[in-house]
Design a protein around this ligand. Structure first.
Ligand code: ATP
Length: 749
């Protein structure tokens, strides 16, 4: 039995607030309205449900306009003791029934979802009690015999089993990396040590990923306490050795729930004191606290909240009353549903394992990628690499960039160099891409050469967009021989992939080309095969979304339409995802093309909207959407056809999209991918194999594709993959930003 027509949906946010909750509320409201279902926001979490009255408010399409960019939750959240009691829940049921609400989307942590499940189980009993007491009619109770619930996890801690990412965790990581980057520069100026405390009672995700993204020197997390009682000495020795090796700053990142192996909490001031004594210098403590919950949500959290909110309504519409309630989550790039209580129980099992000092179990429950990240981090934060084994064969591995700079390239080089050195090999940094390789601009990289590179934007080694041709290949072969390069890591975009594919085809002509080559996708365009996301795209997306927020703010009091042009060449990824994250009503991209008829329809919609009170229009256009109907043309057309109704401004975002410090996601993925690439090269060289591959994030996994698959997987002419997973998100992005049903007046996103 699917949801009936008298059903109404309620949405609430509960527990700690998290950035991106607003996006989910917006998506729940608009998806429900689009399906013809009335929807109510329950303000202040369960407290509002128990209080009823004005705290449960009917939502319209416009009541959730303009909230995507806002931090926290506009419908409020609270901890509610009354809801923990049977009487409180009966009162809540009464309040919901008065408005005929019998379906709920709950955005909260494991506590909120547990409460929702108890409420659902008790629902029939609560209704009988309300009928018995004469508070509701039997008829009303009969119309709503069941409560349906769908859960979304809003939590900055990323502590929930059942989703790769919780809503808010990415934004919190943004705040942490911004803070640690800022602290690092002052720490380095004064050669000072800092202890930075981040949130995470039972979960070290923020501390671990924060350290991985910023190049922190030591990390303390609840799931994996130091495995010795003498950890203080171990830590201090490492810090002192790092200073001797040339590091000017010392950053220790500690999760609030960090403890030693006996379960005693480790305080940030304890760590500071120990460091002070050992290093003989003043150590500063920074407790990041609520800063981590603050600020505008990242592009990722806006889109995650949107997609999950949409999926939650679909879940309510398709589930039967008997079916087990589900929590909606993310696995790779796909929205998944998992049994809600199973996820809650598994989530709580981690906390229980920590309490029982079963740390191995706790870390295992966190999953393989956390474990792998921890292992990588332990190598990266060494003061110096392990020395090579006396009888070890040391391979000579070159790192070269190709294509435009992408934020995160430096983090990838840092990880590759350090992991390779730690395994005893020789890492060669090639400057300025293939032209640099041909000119022999090659340096042997040492451990400290890449110090601080995790957080740096741009491309320290230098890159080139020049595609090698003709005699260049001879030059590349000669350089490989001259520098005795046994394996090559290419970190870059389309140019790198095409060049590597050419090298592969020329192996018969040039013996030097019979070495393993591995490609790491790094381009803001996200147009490479074998990887759902390339390094740099997330930073660019955030750059665009931040810029669009500002552009929108500039137009508050005017009747104005913006046409914002974004990069991406023939790939519409940046346009679509930034459009979804900023609430753009129209996205133009090459994959769909632009016709005169489309533009006519858009003009008609704009005219209609602006003549009925619309104040702001936002269109995002991918740079190669259409050769003839370029941004200037579109603006001129809209301006001319809009007459006095509205004016039009174009904004070509340009290179600001490629610039700035990389986002935490780009730093972390660059590090993970580079670490795997170096392992791959070492493995191939050891086997005397010249197998070559491109690496990528595929779903939640990291996978390699053989380089000879390149031309089968791409549209060579358009320079993009044949299959692009994100294309299926177009309908959702589109309908959510349209004027709502029965409301053709405005789109105030
Ligand atoms: P966070 O991870 O941010 O702490 P949370 O959802 O786990 O989020 P809690 O404080 O545990 O936060 O729960 C929020 C609210 O959910 C509580 O104040 C209470 O109203 C309700 N709740 C939690 N657990 C239960 C329960 N076992 N029974 C009924 N209601 C509950």
């Amino acid at each position: 039995m699917s949801i009936n027509t008298t059903s109404r949906i309620g949405v609430l946010t509960s527990g700690g607030d998290a950035q991106g909750m607003n996006a989910s509320v917006r998506a729940v409201v608009r998806t429900a309205l689009d399906r013809g279902i009335e929807v109510y926001a329950i303000y202040e979490g369960y407290q509002g449900m128990v209080d009823g009255g004005g705290r449960i408010r009917k939502m319209t399409w416009d009541s959730v306009g303009g909230i995507l960019y806002r931090g926290g939750t506009v419908i409020g959240t609270a901890r509610c003791e009354a809801f923990r009691t049977h009487e409180g829940r009966r009162q809540a049921a009464h309040n919901l029934l008065e408005l005929e609400i019998d379906s709920l989307v709950i955005v909260g942590g494991d506590g909120s979802l547990t409460g929702a499940n108890i409420f659902r189980q008790e629902w029939p009993g609560l209704l009988s009690e309300l009928v018995e007491k004469g508070l509701i009619s039997q008829d009303l109770a009969d119309r709503h015999p069941y409560l349906r619930i769908a859960g979304l996890v809003g939590s900055i801690d990323n502590d929930f089993v059942g989703t790769d990412m919780t809503i808010g965790a990415d934004s919190a990581l943004h705040r942490i990396t911004e803070a640690v980057d800022a602290i690092s520069s002052t720490a380095a100026s004064h050669q000072r040590a800092f202890v930075v405390k981040v949130m995470g009672r039972n979960c070290g995700y923020l501390a671990l990923m924060g350290a991985l993204a910023t190049g922190g020197d030591w990390v303390l997390i609840p799931e994996s306490p130091p495995d010795t009682d003498n950890w203080q000495k171990m830590m201090c020795d490492r810090m002192i050795a790092a200073r001797k090796a040339g590091r000017r700053d010392t950053i220790v990142i500690i999760a609030e729930g960090a403890r030693d192996r006996h379960g005693n909490y480790i305080g940030s001031s304890d760590v500071a004191r120990v460091l002070e004594e050992a290093m003989g210098e003043e150590v500063r403590v920074t407790v990041l606290g609520h800063v981590q919950r603050g600020g505008s949500p990242s592009a990722f959290d806006r889109n995650l909240g949107t997609l999950l909110g949409h999926a939650a309504v679909e879940e309510l519409l398709s589930s039967s009353p008997e079916s087990e309630p589900q929590v909606l989550g993310l696995h790779g790039n796909h929205i998944i549903r998992s049994p809600l209580m199973k996820c809650v129980v598994e989530t709580q099992a981690v906390g229980e394992a920590i309490e029982a000092h079963e740390y191995e179990k706790a870390l295992k429950l966190r999953g393989s990628s956390t474990n792998e990240a921890f292992k990588t981090l332990k190598t990266l934060l060494r003061a110096l690499p392990h020395p090579p084994q006396p009888d070890q064969k040391r391979f000579r591995l070159a790192i070269v960039h190709a294509g435009a700079p992408a934020p995160g390239m430096n983090a990838a080089v840092r990880a590759a160099v350090r992991i390779g050195l730690d395994k005893g090999h020789i890492l060669l940094g090639v400057k300025n891409g293939f032209p640099g390789l041909i000119n022999g601009e090659i340096e042997e990289m040492d451990w400290m050469r890449v110090n601080g590179w995790a957080s740096q934007g741009g491309c320290e080694l230098g890159t080139s967009r020049k595609m090698p041709s003709g005699r260049d290949f001879y030059g590349i072969a000669r350089a490989i021989e001259e520098f005795d390069i046994q394996g090559m890591l290419i970190i870059g975009g389309w140019t790198g992939y095409e060049a590597a594919f050419e090298i592969l085809k020329m192996r018969e002509n040039y013996a030097a080309f019979n070495i393993p080559i591995v490609l790491l996708p790094a381009t803001i365009n996200n147009n490479l095969p074998g990887s759902d996301l390339s390094i740099g795209a997330d930073t660019a997306l955030n750059n665009i979304v931040e810029a669009v927020d500002k552009i929108k703010d500039s137009a508050v009091a005017l009747q104005r339409c913006f046409v914002v042009e974004v990069m991406g060449r023939n790939c519409g990824y940046l346009a679509l995802m930034s459009g979804m994250a900023s609430g753009a009503e129209r996205v133009y991209m090459n994959e769909e093309g632009v016709t005169l008829k489309d533009l006519e329809e858009d003009v008609a919609k704009l005219n209609y909207g602006f003549s009925h009170g619309k104040r702001l229009g936002l269109m995002i256009r991918s740079e190669n959407a259409n050769e003839v109907y370029n941004t200037a043309f579109m603006c001129a057309l809209f301006e001319e056809e809009g007459k006095d109704l509205f004016d039009v401004r174009q904004s070509i975002l340009g290179h600001l999209q490629q610039g700035g410090r990389p986002s935490p996601f780009d730093r972390i993925q660059a590090t993970r991918l580079a670490s795997r690439c170096i392992d791959y090269l070492i493995d191939q060289v050891a086997k005397n194999s010249s197998d070559s591959a491109f690496i990528g994030l595929q779903g939640s996994d990291i996978k390699f594709n053989n380089l000879d698959e390149f031309d089968h997987m791409v549209d060579l002419k358009m320079q993009r993959p044949k299959e692009q997973w994100w294309m299926e998100l177009r309908p959702i992005a589109k309908f959510l930003a349209q004027p709502g049903p029965g409301n053709m007046l405005e789109n105030q996103d």
